[in-house]
Design a protein around this ligand. Structure first.
Ligand code: C5P
Length: 222
């Protein structure tokens, strides 16, 4: 059967990675979490005290960094230079700086190049902010997931509690709104819906309902 490419974009916490993983598994496709790649670079920049305002320094750092996304039972492991950083890149230090790192032109050029290469052969579900517009502009299926800030913050909050992390709902709302604003207002490939993307509001849908919808849309395109 024909292997297609599926682009899933949307703001922070709209459920992209959770549903992307489910769809990829159902279709035996590769799953690529591009947000994890920006987070991995941010983690390394913080570790190495690189100025996160300096595009060239970050691009050079990226050239010397091996980011590996490898499938695991729980989704995807993020390995940087051989070290497993899957969990640490979800912590506040990275979450609250990643949008600054991701706004730089040279950083994005290099990341997009790597991501295009990962999606080149098709049979891929990729999630991020600019997949339908920049990384996979010819994807057979483009989905743009949205949900209200309240719903997204509430989901993160419950996730945190489940994992046993400290969590403050009001703080999460502020952080998510700020990240949305930074990602949508940046000059280089800002977060926006591709013209041919299908928008799904996930506010009142379960994860499996969203995954089923995307799976159905994918099957219609094969
Ligand atoms: O998807 P996630 O929330 O992990 O992404 C973290 C950050 O990485 C986003 O807030 C955004 O700044 C950046 N990002 C991006 N382009 C992508 C994926 C993520 O700019 N394709």
């Amino acid at each position: 059967m024909n292997k297609i490419s599926i682009a899933i974009d949307g703001p922070a916490g709209a459920g992209k990675s959770t549903v992307a993983k489910i769809v990829a598994e159902k279709m035996s496709y590769i799953y690529v979490d591009t947000g994890a790649m920006y987070r991995a670079l941010t983690y390394k920049a913080l570790e190495e005290n690189i100025n996160i305002q300096n595009d060239q320094a970050l691009a050079d750092l990226l050239s010397n960094t091996a980011i590996e996304l490898s499938p695991s039972k729980t989704g995807q492991l993020v390995i940087v230079d051989g070290k497993d950083i899957t969990n640490i890149i979800r912590e506040d230090a990275v979450t609250n700086t990643v949008s600054t790192v991701a706004a730089h032109r040279l950083v994005r050029e290099k990341m997009v190049k790597q991501q295009k290469a990962l999606g080149q052969a098709g049979g891929v579900v990729m999630d991020g902010r600019d997949i339908g517009t920049e990384v996979l502009p010819n994807a057979e299926l483009k989905v743009f997931l949205v949900a209200s800030v309240e719903v997204r913050a509430e989901r993160r909050h419950l996730e945190n509690i489940e994992k046993g992390y400290a969590s403050d709902l009001e703080k999460l709302k502020k952080e998510i709104s700020l990240r949305d604003q930074q990602d949508s207002e940046r000059e280089v490939s800002p977060l926006r819906k591709a013209e041919d993307a299908i928008e799904i509001d996930t506010s009142f849908l379960s994860i499996s309902e969203v995954a089923d919808q995307i799976y159905q849309l994918a099957n219609e395109r094969m």
